[in-house]
Write a protein that binds this ligand. Structure first.
Ligand code: NAD
Ligand code: FE2
Length: 378
């Protein structure tokens, strides 16, 4: 690290029950009149979105809701949501849900201005002009999307593309742990491990590792690692839920500036080909990528082991990661996800296309390495 750049969301509100005041908060901070809420149908059925729309009613705001987001959102979803936001004459966008809803909200906030199409903004730093005011309210403790400048969209049967641009950093993130108490244990586990991976990969990020991200990553891992099993075992434990939400946000701030690497690169093909949720994909390859990285990152892994109260060594860190995964009950092997051994070479070839991520890995990954890692994970 010689010189570095650090960007994040300017305003983060952490408050249990903050959703009840969402309308008055938006009015006071942004002076908006026509907020547009983006979420998914599952969260509507659970009554969670109703808490937000009631608060907007209470503040007499003319709001509209798009609840058509699906996990790993497609381009079609982004375009439909954008049309609805334009039709509503939205003056602010609220992303309300998991990473999928927040990622769609980011793009809608840009595209609703009508200056660029989706195809124009894929890649890094392609957004010209601004966006509508954007507020993110996560309901999973995982992606950290509420504080990242990244949106991941499914573009084909098996492919995803990213929009990465500082314009996608929201104006405000609101962390209300009461929204997450009903998150099922298996989603809590997978999304929580995703957040832990963000912290771990930020801490060993090859090119952009920096002291601010390091501090955030450590605090994130401490909070996530100390609370994930509690949150899985007792979803109503509000202290554990709040710690998970804050930890995931801190990990998001870390990896937004010190990007993730091979765990994510090898996880993406699992989502693409087998529709395995993002967090679970990460947790399936995590232990094997860590062991592969040991020659290049043993020192950092030893530091993280000590942080978590373990012996200061890389193997102790690997044991701790395994133990956490075991205790959360997350699926551990590719073969248990209906993936056949014959699929492994194809997965490895796909992973090698994730050059944007692989450049950040502490150790260079070749095609043979990727195959061997999948083999170990199978
Ligand atoms: N932008 C980023 O920086 C970034 C980083 C990592 C991943 N991602 C993307 O985020 C997406 C994954 O997001 P995710 O893991 O948060 O899951 P998600 O948003 O896809 O939601 C998963 C499921 O959990 C349900 N759910 C969400 N909150 C709930 C709650 N409080 N109670 C009960 N059920 C709830 C949803 O209805 C949905 O069925 C993927 O598209 C991935 O590519 C983005
Ligand atoms: Fe992730």
């Amino acid at each position: 690290m010689i010189a570095f750049n650090f960007n994040s969301v300017a305003s983060v509100l952490v408050e249990d029950g903050a959703t009840e005041n969402l309308g008055s908060t938006l009015r006071a901070r942004f002076g908006c009149e026509r907020p547009f809420v983006i979420s998914d149908a599952g969260l509507v059925t659970l009554g969670i979105v109703g808490k937000a729309t009631k608060a907007l009613d209470d503040a007499e705001l003319s709001h509209a809701l798009f609840d058509g987001v699906e996990a790993d959102p497609s381009e079609a979803v982004v375009l439909t949501a954008t049309e609805a936001a334009i039709a509503h004459q939205a003056d602010l966008v609220v992303g309300f849900g998991g990473g999928s809803s927040m990622d769609v909200a980011k793009l809608v906030a840009v595209l609703a201005r009508g200056e660029q199409g989706l195809a124009d903004i894929y890649g890094v730093d392609q957004i010209r002009g601004g966006r509508l005011p954007l507020v993110q309210v996560p309901t999973t403790a995982g992606t950290g999307s509420e504080v990242t400048p990244i949106s991941i969209i499914t573009t084909g049967e098996t492919t995803k593309m990213g929009v990465v641009d500082p314009t996608l950093l929201a104006d405000m993130a609101i962390l209300d742990a009461t929204l997450t108490t009903g998150l099922p244990a298996h989603i809590t586990a997978a999304t929580g491990i995703d957040a832990m991976v963000h912290a771990i990969e930020a801490y060993t990020s090859k090119i952009k590792k920096n002291p601010i991200s390091d501090g955030l990553a450590k605090q994130a891992l401490l909070m996530l690692g100390s609370n994930i099993v509690l949150a899985c075992n007792d979803g109503k434990n509000l202290d554990a839920r709040r710690a998970m939400l804050v930890g995931a946000m801190l990990a998001g701030q870390a990896f937004a500036n010190a990007p993730v690497a091979a765990v994510h690169a090898l996880a993406y093909p699992l989502g693409g080909h087998f529709h395995i949720p993002h967090g679970l994909s990460n947790s399936l390859v995590l232990p094997h990528v860590l062991k592969f990285n040991e020659p290049a990152a043993a020192h950092e892994y030893a530091e993280l082991a000590a942080l978590m109260g373990q012996e200061r060594s890389a193997p102790a860190f690997f044991r701790w990661v395994d133990q956490v995964a075991e205790e959360t009950g997350v699926v551990r092997r590719l073969r248990d996800m209906d993936i056949s051994h014959n699929d492994l070479p194809m997965l490895a070839e796909d992973a090698m296309k994730q050059t944007r991520l692989l450049v950040n890995n502490p150790r260079e990954v070749t095609l043979d390495d990727a195959r061997a890692i999948y083999e170990a994970a199978w």
